[in-house]
Unconditional design. Structure first.
Length: 391
């Protein structure tokens, strides 16, 4: 049997990536036939033993890491200790890698913790490479952009195409504004609309962001006005400020959930040229990759209505797959491939083309004809559910 862990989130987290990805992945894992292991916000050794009492060595647990209760690894260690004791196979799905975001002594402990797992799911090849440089030895697979569910109303409302370019393009930034370090030195004329919880330094200010940065408040993910936005979704943490430069480099390795938000809504992107998502954006012709955000005026000025509409069209297949959670579902199969020791687990009547991010270019058709020949049990369960879902 396969299980996944899910941590409760605070009310504040419901307005940012933590709450969204937790809820969406519970749905995606459930669609694959997995059972939920709810992890309370406080777990001691005795509590973990009771929580995992039903597990057997034949089980696989997909552990969503980290728990987001501070930077201490104590809770994660208690959970992993108990899973190891039960003899289950552990697949760690890494949402955030503190090893790459903070310069802490605990970073070495994080790598040691991950090395106790049987397989790891990471964001992409760049994260995979740097984690291995830092000592990760557990076999890993990549998922690419996170899956991101939309409501029926959001999907029905997707409408980005324009008949003509009548005004300058705008950009939209959603998510944790505590990471919007570009605001420190943003000098461009391009109008940028921002949504998300304010960072501590901006609380109480009448106008927390200056110039052409237009803050619109904090709303739940499903209420963000992304579906019919005529412009570009911005994915950017960088800045020239030396105090923030080390923190902002994390975007070179990770796949922020705002990427998936824009992809699911089929909204073209503006990204940093050194980011983990940049090559994917350029290869699929779904946006722009810039070295400096203050280059955005000139870059957007060159985009005609026809250029923009073509980017929107290029987004359609990608958007459907992101909404279906296909990237994580494919990563689950590749992780089970690692556990089973097989190299080729399923066959299809159509060719599966997967780029280096692990993103399948063919959407629903690939799963419809999948057949499992090499393994029963775990893999059969997943694909039977997957095929039923995508009929």
């Amino acid at each position: 049997m396969q299980y996944f862990t899910q941590n409760p989130v605070s009310e504040e987290a419901k307005f940012n990536a933590i709450g969204k990805v937790t809820a969406d992945y519970a749905q995606f894992f459930g669609e694959l036939g997995m059972k939920n292991l709810d992890i309370p916000d406080r777990v001691g050794a005795g509590g973990a033993e009771r929580l995992f009492a039903q597990l057997t060595p034949e089980d696989v647990v997909f552990y969503q890491y980290p728990s987001y209760y501070g930077l201490s690894l104590a809770k994660e260690t208690i959970i992993v200790d108990e899973l190891v004791k039960k003899g289950v196979k552990i697949v760690v799905l890494v949402h955030d890698a503190y090893t790459l975001t903070y310069e802490l002594e605990e970073n070495n402990q994080e790598i040691a913790l991950l090395n106790r797992a049987d397989a790891i799911i990471l964001h992409g090849p760049k994260m995979q490479a740097v984690m291995e440089e830092k000592g990760l030895t557990t076999p890993s697979v990549v998922q690419g952009p996170f899956g991101y569910r939309l409501t029926d109303d959001e999907i029905a409302g997707i409408d980005h195409k324009v008949t003509e370019k009548t005004t300058a393009w705008e950009t939209l930034y959603t998510g944790n504004l505590g990471k919007a370090w570009f605001a420190i030195d943003y000098e461009a004329q391009t109008h940028m609309i921002l949504y998300g919880p304010l960072p501590k330094w901006a609380e109480g200010q009448e106008k927390p962001f200056k110039g052409n940065l237009d803050y619109r408040g904090k709303v739940a993910p499903e209420e963000l006005p992304v579906s019919d936005f005529k412009g570009f979704g911005l994915v950017w943490d960088g800045t020239h400020d030396p105090d923030y430069r080390k923190k902002s480099r994390y975007t070179a390795y990770n796949m922020p959930l705002k990427v998936s938000n824009y992809l699911a809504h089929e909204l073209p992107l503006v990204v940093w040229s050194k980011s983990a998502i940049a090559e994917f954006v350029l290869e699929n012709k779904i946006g722009l990759a810039l070295d400096d955000l203050n280059e955005v005026d000139a870059a957007l000025a060159d985009i005609s209505a026809e250029d923009y509409n073509q980017m929107v069209e290029n987004m359609q297949t990608i958007g459907a797959s992101i909404r279906d959670g296909q990237t994580i579902k494919n990563a689950v199969v590749r992780a089970l491939e690692v556990l089973s020791g097989t190299k080729k687990i399923f066959y299809t009547q159509v060719e599966i083309k997967t780029d280096e991010l692990g993103f399948s270019a063919l959407s629903k058709a690939t799963a419809d004809s999948s057949k499992i020949y090499e393994k029963s049990g775990l893999l059969d369960t997943i694909y039977q559910n997957y095929e039923e879902l995508l009929k």
